[in-house]
Write a protein that binds this ligand. Structure first.
Ligand SMILES: [Zn+2]
Length: 313
């Protein structure tokens, strides 16, 4: 995605990581295990519980474990990670992560099943576990131009910008804050009251930033907001009047970046997942945000996923 919401086709050479590169780097389960070990304990140096000091560890034949060079106590690089207690070969886990990190629009458990040859149940479990890793948590948006917008998921019409109709309790509000040219934070929220929106802005937007929204009344008190220390947050606020069919004013007053993000996730839900239960809405948003926030990383998103998967949960 470029900043105006259009999909970029070209991936620079240094950001390409093809399926051939993947199989060359991770030819088998042993190579995957070694990669997990190196990520967690570089050069095999790890704390040995028995010795009470850091010791070099070596691979134990026929077991996915490493033993202390001094006393023989064993440790497993899979302990505490999503791979622990899984009977699925590591190489298939890695391949599933590669697939999830290589698509622009997302991939379904069904596609993982097809590509890896595991059962649907296993594919679904891997998919869920990998997706758990994709939250960017309490990301602070950098820079000084942020667009904030809200939408609704669920109910009769799946995605809808306007407020839900009376009695349509199935709709879940979603708020997105997008740094122009930068990252996104997207949250499934219980409501889109002014208080809720201001709390999100306080948490994720640097004081002094310029904030662009539509004319929804709950945004009106942004210029009066205080920062975490109770001082004037100096937010500048511009609204675009979508109700008057206004989409850009004075060249800079628009919400095109956040609209681009919405279209990305709508395409994903429509094309890949078909529908998302309320329970999974936030993890779904996390996955798309993760991808959006690394849209300039080409196929190297896989490496970012792998890095997180290598660490205990
Ligand atoms: Zn030891």
């Amino acid at each position: 995605m470029s900043d105006n919401g259009k999909v970029k086709q070209h991936i620079p050479k240094e950001l390409r990581y093809s399926v051939r590169n993947f199989h060359a780097e991770f030819p088998n389960d042993d190579a995957c295990l070694e990669s997990l070990k190196e990520s967690r304990w570089p050069n095999g140096m790890a704390m040995c519980a028995k010795c009470g000091v850091e010791r070099k560890h070596h691979r134990v034949g026929n077991r996915p474990a490493y033993a202390c060079d001094y006393c023989g106590s064993m440790i497993s690089p899979m302990a505490g990670t999503i791979f622990e207690h899984s009977s699925t070969p590591l190489k298939l886990w890695f391949y599933a992560m590669y697939l999830m990190g290589s698509t622009r629009c997302g991939i379904s458990a069904k596609q993982i099943q097809r590509e890896t040859g595991v059962t649907y149940k296993t594919a679904w479990r891997m998919f869920r576990q990998i997706r758990r890793l994709l939250s960017d948590g309490d990301l602070q948006l950098e820079g000084s131009t942020v667009e904030v917008d809200e939408t609704y998921y669920g109910g009769v019409r799946k995605w809808q910008h306007g407020r839900p109709g009376r009695g349509d309790k199935k709709k879940s509000p979603v708020v997105a804050l997008v740094q122009r040219g930068g990252k996104v934070v997207a949250r499934a929220v219980p409501d889109v009251s002014g208080k809720r929106l201001r709390r999100l802005i306080n948490k994720h937007v640097t004081p002094g930033s310029t904030i662009y929204t539509d004319e929804y009344f709950a945004y009106r008190r942004i210029p009066e907001m205080r920062d975490k220390h109770g001082k004037d947050a100096h937010y500048k606020h511009f609204t675009v009047k979508h109700s008057a069919n206004e989409y850009v004013r004075d060249g800079h007053i628009h919400t095109n970046s956040v609209e681009g993000f919405w279209s990305l996730i709508k395409r994903g839900i429509g094309g890949v997942y078909h529908s998302v239960s309320q329970k999974y809405l936030q993890t779904y948003l996390d996955e798309y945000s993760f991808r959006y926030n690394r849209r300039h990383d080409g196929n190297l998103q896989f490496k970012a996923i792998l890095k997180r998967a290598s660490q205990p949960l």
